[in-house]
Write a protein that binds this ligand. Structure first.
Ligand code: SAH
Ligand code: DHB
Ligand code: MG
Length: 244
């Protein structure tokens, strides 16, 4: 029998999609993980520096909340399409999403990423250097809201908001006030396993996302959509805003 042209995908036995929404942590249906693995095998060149960045994140005891490879590639493609020369990121962790974004910068472009935890920033700097983008990225340590005044004179082609969810409304408002024409703002984790529709007010992170969504929809400066996603990281989603 002729060999398939396609990489063989090791597939878990089929499981029915959950009848009720998965847990708040975004339980991972095995099909979602298998499909993400297949997408990666078809669409993504294995990259040692990205793999090592994640390994070092684990070694440093960081939570595994980085974007997935396919989400990282979406961020990369947005940066490329925008011919971005200025990118801002809220929430660096080990610099995994940062590497994807920085590799999408146009020649001479620069990325600033804001991280509260000094030890995370240190790991991220090493990962960024190993990935060959250390010279294009400034990792700014401190609570993001405190770092923003130093960036007040700047404008950004692309902003990725992925830090504490409580402050998402504030970060989004700042990003939209520092736009480039046609610039984009991407906001991660707007679904959180379906928790976004929980209006009990019990979870401050969920409240932050709900406030952001409602404000974004009323904001005349932007046009916004939100997309639910499933995959290796469970059930979540992102919002995408175009400025102007
Ligand atoms: N963008 C990363 C994941 C970020 S996880 C990736 O996809 O690879 C969220 C990060 O935000 C964590 O590293 C956390 O320390 C940081 N963070 C949380 N609150 C913050 C704040 N107030 N200011 C800046 N960073 C913050
Ligand atoms: C969490 C944060 C994230 O940025 C993410 O993508 C997933 C989970 C969290 O804080 O639980
Ligand atoms: Mg996130």
């Amino acid at each position: 029998m002729a060999r398939s042209r396609y990489p063989r995908v090791v597939r878990a036995p089929r499981v029915a999609p959950p009848a009720v929404r998965p847990g708040r942590q975004g339980g991972v249906n095995q099909d979602w993980a298998a499909v993400d693995a297949a997408f990666e095998s078809w669409l993504d060149e294995p990259d040692e520096t990205l793999t090592m960045a994640l390994a070092d994140a684990v070694a440093a005891g960081m939570p595994g909340i980085n974007v997935t490879p396919m989400q990282g590639k979406l961020l990369h493609l947005l940066a490329v399409s925008l011919r971005a020369t200025r990118i801002l990121e809220f929430g660096t962790l080990a610099g995994y999403s940062t590497i994807w974004l920085a590799r999408g910068l146009a020649d001479g472009g620069r990325l600033t990423t804001l991280e509260r935890e000094p030890s995370y920033a240190e790991v991220a700097r090493a990962n960024l250097a190993r990935a060959g983008v250390g010279d294009r990225v400034d990792v700014v340590v401190g609570a993001a809201a405190q770092s923003l005044p130093s960036l007040d004179a700047e404008t950004f082609d692309l902003t990725f908001i992925d830090a504490d969810k409580v402050s998402t409304p504030l970060y989004f408002d700042w990003a939209v006030a520092h736009p480039r024409s046609g610039g984009m703002v991407v906001v991660d984790n707007v679904v959180r396993g379906g928790a976004v529709v929980d209006d009990s007010g019990a979870d401050a992170n969920v409240e932050g996302i709900r406030q952001f969504m409602a404000a974004a929809g009323r904001d005349p400066r932007v046009s916004v959509t939100a997309i639910q996603t499933v995959g290796a990281k469970g059930y979540d989603g992102f919002a995408l805003a175009v400025v102007g």
